[in-house]
Design a binder for this molecule. Sequence first.
Ligand code: ADP
Length: 432
Amino acid sequence: MPTLWTRTFFQHAAVLLACLLIGWLYDAPFWGGLVGVGALLVWHLYHLFQLEYWLRTGKPGAMPDGNGPWSQVLARIQATKALARQNRRSWVRLVEEISASTKAFPDGGVIVNKDFEIVRSNKAARQMLGLKKKRDRGTRIDNLIRHPEFVGYLKGSAKKTKRESVEIPSPLGSDAWLSCRILPYGFDQQLLLVRDITQRVMTERMRRDFVANASHELRSPLTVITGYLDVMSDDQGLPEQWRAPVADMHAQAERMGALIRDLLTLSKLESSESCSHDHRVDIPAILQIARKDALLESAGSQNIELDIDSTHGVLGEATELQSVVSNLVTNAVRYTPAEGSVTIGWRTDKNGGYLTVADTGIGIPADEIPRLTERFYRTDAGRVRQKGGTGLGLAIVKHALKHHDADLEIASEVGKGSRFICHFPADRLAAS
Ligand code: ADP
């Protein structure tokens, strides 16, 4: 403020002049000036000392009085301190609100550092995972939750794989199920989100059990019906007007049989997680057989080729892998017109194995590709050409691949053809 500093300048100049004048009267102007400068210095030092003492002891009400420029400086410091106090109060309020809302949050949250050591957790997470606030701080989360799926997921998330979340049974040993998801958080930290999904898992289990039981119960009566229809179809004495309806009933009964078989296969696949690494399945041999079956099915109307570039096998279940190959190859033949071609391929590299079934068939619209592995989902073109398919083939493929920790990738262009690629991880491969 210029007026303050002008006034201050004149006040200091007046003191010095007065001292010089008094010194001059006593014939010692130098000493008079020195006394003046000394007096001003002492005055400033006194105020500085008071200010430092007040800042050190920090009592808000005990602000020293000052005059001249010091009154201004002190008033400014006072205002800044008051503002800081107000800001601090609003920050504290904000932190309290956030902490209250995380307490009320039904989902669990655990902040872990880059080594997965627990930094902080909310009440819901502690209840769901059985953590203790003080005891477990600094402990690695995978030392407390040792479920192999969870540990694998954490390691995967560290390597930034595509898997979004993992579902594990409650580490507390109850019937509860939890969904765990890890997200990058803050600087070099990660946030583990935990949700109770017991209700959904139970409903899913009930649905699966119901479908499995119903399919199982339908199998016996259907066997009897199919048996009678077999006999009737072969009966030469069957009246002519009954021949067509019986053949129709026979075909529909066969279709129902295929549906029930697929439903049972699917529910068996859904009821278990990953399959063991104990058996080596000879993929090139399976592909050779699949080609022979496809040639029979297409009755020579299509060109069916093998492109095998590796002798590696896959560690897993032979029947499940046969089912994957036969579903993909049957579809390729079914949805490829005569004169088209189907190529069945197998190759491996350091990232794993790639089983490919490619065709030059009708193709699939891009927006329908994500839905193909849903049960009973068919594209419009697929619906027209049903030809005995159950609509469960790709759902079975997806689940069988999941058992082998493998992914299904689908690339297709309408009118040009489709390519189904099953990617097996490297640890599922076995050299011959
Ligand atoms: P479906 O028994 O009907 O073949 P899937 O589950 O095997 O049942 O396949 C689901 C749908 O995906 C099919 O109905 C069809 O519309 C489409 N589809 C599958 N494979 C192919 C393919 N190779 N070319 C074109 N469409 C395909």
